[in-house]
Every structure is written in C-alpha cells, then in structure tokens.
Design a protein around this ligand. Structure first.
Ligand code: ADP
Length: 644
C-alpha cells in the first residue's frame, strides 16, 4: 500500500505544474461568467449596504444628536471630551456659550428634524435591501457553484472512461475514487472560496477602504498597515499549509482504498473470520488520517488566529489614536467621523477575516486541485491514426506476426506468431501466467505490442479505428461481470437498441430462458451488484447471450475454470456452441471438449509459443501439451480436463 501511495502522490505523466492547478480550476467558471458577474455585483451591493448602515452613525451624531444638543444648550460632547482629556486650560479659554438666539434655535430644530427624517429613511432603505441582496448574492453564487460541480464531475467521469486499461491497472481504486470524489469536491470548494468568499471580500474591503479614506485619509493610512501584515502571515504559513493538506488528501486515498477492499472482499473476510483484523486495520488508517487532518487544521487555524489577533490589535490601536486626535482637535476630525470610522472599520472586519480565511483555504485546496488535474491530464487511450480504417467483418483472418509485449521490464509475450482463418476456432492453452489473457488484451487493443504486429485481413490493428475494432469483437470472460440492473439490461448492454425479439432469441440460444422464465420477474429480475443474485453458470449464460446479441465477427472467450454441476454445465456448453458457430474465435480453453473442437491449438509457455497444431498433431508431438493431458490421465466421466 505504501508503494502505491507514493505513486498516488507522484505526478502522473503530463501533470500540470502545481501552481497552475488553482488557475485551471478557476477556468471552470468561464462558461458561467454572466452568473459570476451577477453574484459579484450583488455582493458589492450587499457590502455597500452594510457600509451605509455603519456610516449612518455619522449623520446621527453630526446632523442630529450634536446639533440637537447645541439647540438645547446642553454641554457639547466636545466639552465632555475636553474634560476627559483633562485639558482644563482649553476649557477656560473657551468663551462662555452665548444664550441661544430663538431664531437660530428654530432653524437648528428644523435642521435636526430634517436630518432625523433623512437618517430614518436611509436606515429603512438599508434595512429592507440588506436581506434581499443577501438572498440574491447567495442564490446566484450557489447556482453557479452547483453547475460547475456538475461540469467537474462530468469531466472526471469522462476521463476515467477514456483512460487506457493500463492506467486503471496501475492505480489503486481507492486512490481513483478519492480523487474523483474528495479531491474534486475540495477543488470545487476552491471555486466557492474564490467566487463566494475571496472576490466579494476583496470588493467589500476595497469599498470599505475607500470609505475610510473619505472619512479620514490620515486615519485610513494608519489602518492600511494591516494589509501587508496579513499577507505576510498568509505567505509565511502558505507552504506548510499546502504540504500538510497534500499529505492529508493522500491519506484519504488510503482510507478509501481500505473501504474498497473490504467491500469487494467481504465474502473472503467473513469466511476467514477476518472482521476484527480488517476493522483494526481500518481503525489504524483512520487514526493516521486523523493525525494528518489535525496537523493540517493546526496550521490553518493558527494562521487564521494570528490574522484575527492582528486585526483586533489594529482596530483597538486606531480607536485609541482617533480618540487622542479628537481630544487634541487635530486632522479636523468630528465625533461623527470617528464613530463612523470605527463603525466602518468594524464592518470591514468580517470581509477582512473572510479574505484571510479564503486565502488560507485556497492554499489548503491547492493540493486537491493538483491531484485532480494529475488524473484529468493523464493521457487517454491513443487516438486513432488519421488514416485509420473501419472494419466490417473478417474476410480472411487474424494474424499475429512476431508479437512481443511487456508490462514493465519482464517480457510477457515473446515473438508470438500464428494465424487464424476467418471462421476458425483457435484454442490457447498454457499454464497460469503464461500470457494467455495478455494475448487477448492485445487483440482488443487494450495495449499495443512492443514489437511485431497483429493484423486483421492484413491490416495492422493500429491502423483500424478502435471503435470499429471493438464493435467486431465480443468478450466473454471467466468471471463475467454483470451490472446492477435487470437480466434484460445486462443482455442488451452491448446493443441497447436491439429489439425485444432479438434479445429473446439471444437469451434462448444461450439458455438464459431456462432459468429466467422461472423467476417471478422473468427478464426484469434484478441481478444485484456484480450479478450476485445469479449462480456462476447463470451469470455465464447471461454473458454469452450478451455476446450473441452483439453478433461479433471475432469472439474472445475465456472459459470458466470453476466446475459447474452437470446440468448447468450442459446448458453452458450448448450456449457456447451457439456462440462459437461461424465466428473467428480465440478461446482460452480449460476443457478438453472445447480444445478438441478447436481448429488449431496454440500452446503458450512463459510467453513463447512452444507448440502449434491440431489436437491429434499435438498429442503425437509430445511436449507440454501431452504432459498436461497425462497429468489428467484419469478424468472423471462427464467432467472435462483442467489444463491449468
Ligand atoms: P494467463 O492469462 O496465462 O494466466 P496473463 O496474461 O494474465 O497470463 O499474465 C502473464 C504475465 O503478465 C504474468 O506474469 C502476470 O503477472 C503479468 N501481468 C498480467 N497483467 C499484468 C499487469 N496489468 N501489469 C503487470 N503485469 C501483468
């Protein structure tokens, strides 16, 4: 597992440079630019309304409360401040307030009344628009994010389907699942952070800063120190946050892999009473995951707390400075200015916090985006050559010419050459690991030979359109895989457009109706995940019906090694007969009856063809074929030989 995990962490060929990963995720927003613009516009309006609410404190103080105070000749707040500041000389030098002149007083009262009405009206507008803007902004951004999520998932699924078989063999399923589910959703989260948190916060903070400058540019200049400080903190923590986040994502893949193994091996686990063992192993993995998660959390929360502390310190410092300036009558500050400055500054607190949180969150999401793009950038199956041709049926036959192949360093097939005429059956026999399955995988062009060539009617497979090749070939594997659906759906899998009559004919020829018709729901019976509700023989017959319905020119048939009861065996054998007739067949054979029926037999040993001929010829020749037959010298009547 550790080896595979290292691989999970390593860059796949063609992986994006890490820094670009986030930008590429942001690229998913492009098709929804209009929606993003609406959402940002609403966010800006929402921010403006919040500031307006904060700013209202200035007209309340400067236009309503203070003039009102003057009108009733109460001591002015500036007097209070002077008293508080202990500036008694200033007070003494002030001329005594003149007794209020009745005309001025009436003017003042009208002014206050009008000011009050304006403030109330503005407050009403702000209060009613805030929830509407909030609703619009959240709805627009969620709508956009939801659509992007679907885009990403669709893209990932398409890529998983397009990736070559070799990729799927080389990667653990847990790692792939974790990349498609967790990493994709974390990377998508980064989009949320950018468009629902970061960008609105930048706009709102920008608006706030402009307003602070408008109220008192001097105070605002002092407050601006905060910005660079915050970014220093985020940058200092950046690398560590990213690294711990990457390690956490990899651990997620390990945990997912464990679950995949438990689910796919559940029968073996139960049969060997290994539940406690598996549970303990799973617990160990989750504990490791927990430790890594906590390490990532520590980095993130520490950075965020530091940002918050700085923010608070600056806010308190500004208030103290502002009060002192007001007391000394410097910078032309009014009490309303200071109060509005404090209120607006307090309003920027949340967006500034959002900004810091989103920056840290974006760093946290970067490794997920990288892992996602490693998957998305892995090269898909090789494209068809521009001059690739389509094949219809097989006219002359299939020829392997000096084919060699290896998965890694060790050669698996060496200089394999033989020919199968159209309509002939070739049986491939040989011990386990001799390369039989690999040979058929090359025919399907899951892989290309390292050297040599496979030709159909004289055309190299590499010059045949992949789609048309696979349309002409059907595969029946040893352990046929059925999808979770009905029997009918499974039969029609290779040709969903087949008519009911065609489907039933195929089912009949493969003896599926023998058991399907006895089931209460008939062909609409659900087979369960992987066909679990059918027996081995039944699954095989459904798989044969599926291949029959496709009516392929070439058939690859990996005969089951597991013994079936004799009745089931007879049905399967009949079904096989129906399938073999009139096609070019490659059968990985285990039963003597199948081998005898073959026109040619290819004996593979360690990737090399050691014998080639008919049954009679090979028996005469001796060698491995004869040895394999002799090993089974006394077959039970009615049963077949197991040749490996
Ligand atoms: P057979 O079908 O005769 O049992 P295979 O074609 O499955 O043999 O395997 C031939 C050899 O190739 C074996 O040594 C096996 O370990 C190796 N092999 C098969 N599949 C892979 C793979 N995906 N990656 C690496 N090696 C593989």
């Amino acid at each position: 597992m550790s080896g595979a995990s290292a691989q999970g962490g390593g860059a796949a060929p063609g992986a994006a440079p890490p820094r670009a990963a986030l930008w590429r995720i942001f690229g998913y927003a492009r098709p929804h630019a209009a929606l993003v613009a609406v959402s940002l516009g609403l966010s800006l309006a929402f921010g403006a309304a919040l500031y307006a609410r904060a700013y209202l404190v200035k007209p309340i103080l400067d236009d309503v409360l203070l003039p009102q105070g003057a009108a009733v000749a109460a001591p002015q707040p500036s007097d209070w401040l002077r008293l508080l500041g202990g500036d008694s000389t200033a007070r003494r030098e002030q001329p005594a307030p003149a007794p209020p002149d009745p005309r001025r007083r009436a003017d003042l009262e009208r002014h206050v009344r009008e000011g009050f009405a304006r403030v109330v009206l503005a407050a009403a507008v702000v209060i009613f628009s805030l929830p509407l803007l909030q609703f619009g902004r959240v709805y627009a951004s969620e709508h956009f994010l939801g659509r992007v999520y679907i885009d990403i998932q669709r893209h990932v699924c398409a890529r998983l389907l397009a990736l070559p078989l070799r990729f799927h063999h080389d990667h653990r399923r847990g790692d792939l699942l974790s990349r498609t589910l967790r990493d994709a959703s974390s990377a998508h989260g980064a989009l949320g952070l950018l468009f629902a948190d970061f960008a609105p916060a930048v706009l709102t903070v920008g608006l706030g800063v402009a307003l602070l400058f408008a109220i008192s540019w001097q105070l605002a200049l002092v407050a601006l120190w905060l910005g660079p400080l915050l970014f220093t903190v985020v940058a200092l923590f950046g690398t560590r946050i990213r690294r711990s986040a990457r390690r956490r994502q990899e651990k997620y893949a390990d945990v997912t892999q464990r679950l995949v193994e438990i689910l796919s091996g559940i029968k073996v686990i139960k049969a060997f009473r290994a539940e406690p063992l598996e549970e303990a192993a799973f617990r160990r993995e989750t504990r490791r995951l927990f430790r890594r998660t906590m390490s990532a959390v520590r980095q993130r929360v520490f950075a965020r707390s530091l940002v918050e502390m700085l923010n608070n310190a600056v806010a308190i410092g500004l208030l103290i400075l502002g009060s002192l300036l007001l007391l000394r009558g410097r910078w032309g500050l009014t009490l309303g200015d200071l109060a509005a400055f404090a209120a607006v500054l307090a309003t920027t607190y949340k967006p500034v916090k959002d900004l810091a949180k989103a920056s840290v969150g974006l760093l946290d999401a970067q490794p997920a985006a990288e892992r996602l793009f490693e998957l998305l950038d892995s090269p898909a199956e090789i494209e068809d050559a521009p001059d690739a041709v389509a094949i219809e049926r097989v006219a002359t036959g299939v020829r392997l010419r000096d084919v060699s192949f290896s998965y890694g360093r060790e050669p698996v097939l060496r200089h394999v050459s033989f020919e199968v005429k159209a309509g002939q059956v070739v049986a491939i026999v040989g011990p386990t690991g001799s390369g039989k399955t690999t040979l058929t995988d090359l025919l399907l062009r899951f892989y290309d030979p390292v050297s040599g060539a496979i030709e159909i009617d004289g055309v190299d497979l590499r010059r045949i359109q992949r789609g048309s090749l696979r349309r002409q070939i059907a595969v029946v594997t040893q352990e046929p895989f059925l999808f979770d659906g009905t029997i009918r759906e499974n039969i029609q899998y290779g040709r969903p457009e087949a008519t009911e009559a065609e489907t039933l004919a195929a089912a009949q020829a493969a003896h599926v109706d023998e058991f399907a018709l006895r089931l209460p729901a008939g062909y609409d019976t659900q087979v369960g995940a992987g066909g679990a509700r059918l027996s081995g023989g039944q699954r095989q017959r459904v798989a044969i019906a599926r291949a029959l319905l496709v009516d392929p020119a070439i058939l690859i048939f990996d005969e089951a090694t597991s013994a079936l009861d004799s009745k089931s065996e007879r049905y399967v054998q009949d079904a096989i007969e129906a399938l073999l007739g009139g096609r070019t067949v490659f059968v990985i054979a285990h039963r003597l009856s199948t081998i005898r029926r073959a026109d040619r037999i290819v004996v593979l040993e360690n990737g090399v063809v050691t014998q080639l001929g008919t049954h009679a010829e090979l028996v005469r020749e001796g060698g491995l074929y004869r040895e394999l037959l002799d090993l089974q010298a006394a077959p039970r009547p009615g049963s077949d030989l197991r040749l490996n």
